[in-house]
Design a protein around this ligand. Structure first.
Ligand SMILES: [Mg+2]
Length: 237
């Protein structure tokens, strides 16, 4: 899809790449609406929510980015079988559940191993997440990755928009990552699941984007797409 020999660094989004909304929390919220969702729909519901954002980039994962997260949760609820006339009500219930915090704890199967495989190819790694300041600690406690040696894969920089004060798609957050990794934009790829923040932001910074699109919601996106982080290993191989 692109010249793979030039890649020295891989930047990574977190939500939709490593983490998804916790199934028990989401099923619990939906059950308060007497909706019995099929757990098999929940992961797809996240990516449907992202697809519903269109040109709007989500910042953080709390319910406070009101209008943007309304779109996400409405689409999420629809995939989970909430009938049309109850979508407004369901959206508010889901927003409240996200606002309680701690929802983004489901680990995407295989993602950590894929990150290790990418590291084993000699890539420098950086996390670039629109979040609420908790991403570094959560990735560490999950054993996914951390700065320096540890239980997870060693990464070289972790940027959480809630900490650094600048969020995707602002190219400034990508510039911070590239500076920390000491690589040129053209020598990096960025892997994320949200076109408006990950693809647009990476392009604005001169970094090649790769979209994680497991359910083929973005067939017209003009960048490389993978169904999971493991797909990056194949791109680099
Ligand atoms: Mg994401």
């Amino acid at each position: 899809m692109f010249p793979v020999a030039d890649v020295e660094a891989v930047l990574l989004d977190v939500g939709g790449v490593f983490h998804l909304p916790d199934h028990a929390r989401m099923l619990g919220a939906l059950s308060r609406l007497d909706i019995v969702a099929d757990p098999a729909d929940l992961d797809r519901a996240h990516y449907a929510g992202i697809a519903a954002l269109g040109d709007h980039a989500p910042v953080g994962h709390h319910g406070d980015g009101a209008s943007i997260w309304h779109r996400y949760n409405r689409a999420y609820a629809r995939v989970c079988g909430v009938p049309h006339d109850r979508l407004d009500e369901a959206t508010l219930v889901l927003l409240a559940e996200f606002a309680r915090g701690g929802v983004w704890t489901r680990q995407i199967p295989g993602a950590r191993d894929a990150l290790q495989a990418i590291a084993d190819r000699g890539m420098r790694l950086g996390i670039v997440s629109n979040a609420d300041g908790t991403v570094e600690e959560q990735l560490r406690s999950d054993g996914i990755c951390q700065l320096g040696p540890g239980a997870g894969v060693e990464v070289h920089v972790v940027l959480d928009s809630g900490v650094v004060g600048v969020a995707k798609p602002d190219p400034a957050i990508f510039h911070l990552a590239l500076e920390a990794l000491q690589v040129a934009p053209g020598a990096a790829i960025h892997v994320g699941d949200t076109p408006a923040s990950d693809v647009e932001g990476a392009l604005a910074a001169g970094v090649r984007p790769v979209l994680v699109d497991p359910y083929d919601f973005h067939p017209d996106t003009e960048c490389a797409r993978v169904t999971a982080l493991a797909g990056i290993v194949a791109l680099l191989a």
